[in-house]
Design a protein around this ligand. Structure first.
Ligand SMILES: Nc1nc2c(c(=O)[nH]1)N[C@H]1C(S)=C(S)[C@@H](COP(=O)(O)O)O[C@H]1N2
Ligand SMILES: [Mo]
Length: 258
């Protein structure tokens, strides 16, 4: 986490430096004998900044079937008590619909069969919870990228929000409903899937049935379970308590890169 924080700070510094170079470049620098050197340095910064951004597209490590944890711990909500979810589960999710809306050209409403019919990816990855435990699991799910392409994001879309079925904390203002959000780099990452299978079986209720997010380059609390609705937005400050997720609203980092 500290590495990521450093990187982000570094990117900020790089941006600021490039910005001031740009401003001061207007009139004076053209005749400056050091100009060529300055340009070279700026180029070096750009390349390094670019490399850091590209780094976010790298794959999370994948493991072998022998590595799968026999005792993957369910955490947070393990059986939502919310009326809507209880009713859906009672009918084995036959009435479940995954909504994709917000800043999209073609809002979607998909049955589970339709989600299972989308291009899928299977991956064996390690889940790291901030509470200090890790487990390795095998996940199969629909690629989020496919779904977003179907819905066709509007140019103003910057974040993808996952609205979950469970209320993790009872609050008067209703901000206790679990939700999470990611940016478009993570949304289009090849390992970002909506999982409906875990360890070759239908995703259990404790682990987020019928659909849960796997965003493998981030910590456990970003892995939204019980996903009901995917919303494309241009800002996060109008959701929940304004920080982009249930745990971010309660002090955790919004970007939980690992
Ligand atoms: N909807 C929802 N998603 C959630 C949570 C939750 O309580 N509700 N807990 C988060 C946390 S802190 C972790 S570590 C993982 C746990 O996933 P698991 O139950 O499959 O182990 O789910 C995350 N996603
Ligand atoms: Mo967690």
């Amino acid at each position: 986490m500290s590495l990521t924080a450093n990187r982000r700070r570094w990117l900020g510094v790089a941006g600021a430096t490039l910005g001031s170079l740009w401003l001061s470049a207007c009139d004076r620098l053209t005749n400056d004998p050091k100009f060529a050197g300055v340009l070279q340095k700026a180029e070096g910064l750009t390349q390094r900044a670019q490399r850091l951004v590209t780094d976010r597209k790298a794959l999370a490590r994948e493991f072998t079937p022998a590595d799968i944890s026999p005792d993957f711990k369910p955490n947070g909500t393990i059986r939502p008590q919310d009326d809507e979810y209880v009713a859906l589960l009672g009918n084995n999710f036959a009435d479940y619909r995954l909504t994709v809306d917000g800043l999209v050209e073609h809002p979607q409403s998909l049955t589970l069969a339709e989600v299972r019919g989308l291009p899928s990816r299977t991956q064996i990855t390690r889940h790291d919870c901030v509470e200090g435990w890790s487990s390795i699991g095998k996940w199969k799910g629909a690629r989020l990228a496919t779904l977003l392409d179907r819905a066709k994001l509007k140019p103003t879309a910057r974040y993808i929000v996952f609205h979950c079925a469970d209320t993790l904390e009872e609050t008067l203002d209703g901000t206790g409903q679990y939700y999470e959000s990611i940016d478009l780099v993570d949304a289009y990452h090849p390992q970002t899937i909506l999982a409906y299978e875990m360890n070759d079986a239908t995703l259990p209720v404790a682990h987020g049935a019928p659909l849960r997010l796997r965003v493998e380059r981030q910590l456990g609390y970003k892995q939204a379970k019980y996903v009901m609705r995917i919303e494309a937005v241009d800002r996060l400050d109008q959701l929940g308590r304004g920080k982009g997720g249930f745990w971010p609203d309660r002090g955790y980092e919004w970007y939980a890169g690992i």
